[in-house]
Design a protein around this ligand. Structure first.
Ligand code: PXP
Length: 242
């Protein structure tokens, strides 16, 4: 199975929002990413609208040829904005206003009562549902029980380990969670904090079919352009898959 790259363009919108104007345009970034080989585009519609706006969702849905994945909280407000756009995927994530970026996976066990109707609503609208969870077996089991289509395994803890640290334990958790998810019929994605330097061992996990990557790609693109940043990432990902 080839490993796919979903490019998160949130931070192009972060830059746009810094001045409140029209530039840089995240839709242009998404089209450039698509042209450079991205297999999907991801955006996070946050409750505080700090980067992606509802208008971005509508335009992205209209112009993209690759699947659009919208991350959002499982709140009525977010769903009201996202469901009518009918993205290919919705990834449900935990969200708090204070956080700089998503902190940890969704506690699908604690939130199962609230998540159940949300997953059902999204799926009956023809939208595939992914749950962003920590690599914890019981969370994966709950995602299957809730009839999600996929899990996105949180690589945040792995990514925060110093480069010279022994990542064996955390990689083992990711590997076990990926294997179980696949056995339970879930599709398996992963993401958060991945870069060309640390992506290899995660990309080598055979059940993982797609990685969602944003910050390091957009940061690198500032210096070398988005197309080259994506090519470098694809190369780093490819080195670990036969
Ligand atoms: N996956 C999820 C669920 C996220 O919330 C984020 C950050 O928006 C990412 C992947 C991408 O993380 P990063 O920007 O660190 O590559």
């Amino acid at each position: 199975m080839n490993l796919r790259l979903g490019v998160n363009v949130d931070h192009v919108a972060t830059l746009r929002q810094a001045r409140g104007g029209h530039e840089p345009e995240p839709v242009t970034a998404a089209l450039l990413a698509q042209g450079a080989g991205a297999h999907g585009i991801t955006v996070h519609l946050r409750g505080d609208r700090r980067h992606i706006q509802e208008r971005d969702l509508r335009v992205l849905k209209e112009v993209l040829a690759v699947p659009l994945n919208v991350e959002c909280a499982a709140t009525p407000e977010a769903l009201e904005a996202v469901v009518p756009v009918k993205p290919t995927w919705v990834t449900l994530v935990p969200e708090s206003r204070e956080e700089l970026t998503t902190q940890g996976g969704l506690d699908a066990i604690f939130l199962q009562g609230m998540l159940k109707p949300v997953v059902r609503e999204l799926r009956s609208a023809g939208i595939r549902v992914s749950l962003f969870v920590d690599p914890v077996l019981d969370q994966v089991k709950m995602a299957a029980k809730l009839e999600a289509d996929a899990v996105e395994l949180n690589t945040g803890t792995y990514s925060e380990l110093p480069m010279d640290a022994d990542a064996t334990l955390e990689l083992g958790r990711l590997r076990d969670a990926a294997r179980l998810a696949s056995r339970l019929g879930l599709r398996v994605l992963a993401g958060h904090g991945l870069s060309p330097q640390n992506v290899g061992p995660v990309g080598a996990i055979p059940e993982i079919e797609e990685l969602n990557i944003g910050h390091s790609l957009i940061g690198r693109a500032v210096f070398v352009g988005l197309e080259r940043a994506i090519q470098e990432m694809l190369q780093a990902m490819g080195e670990f898959r036969a």
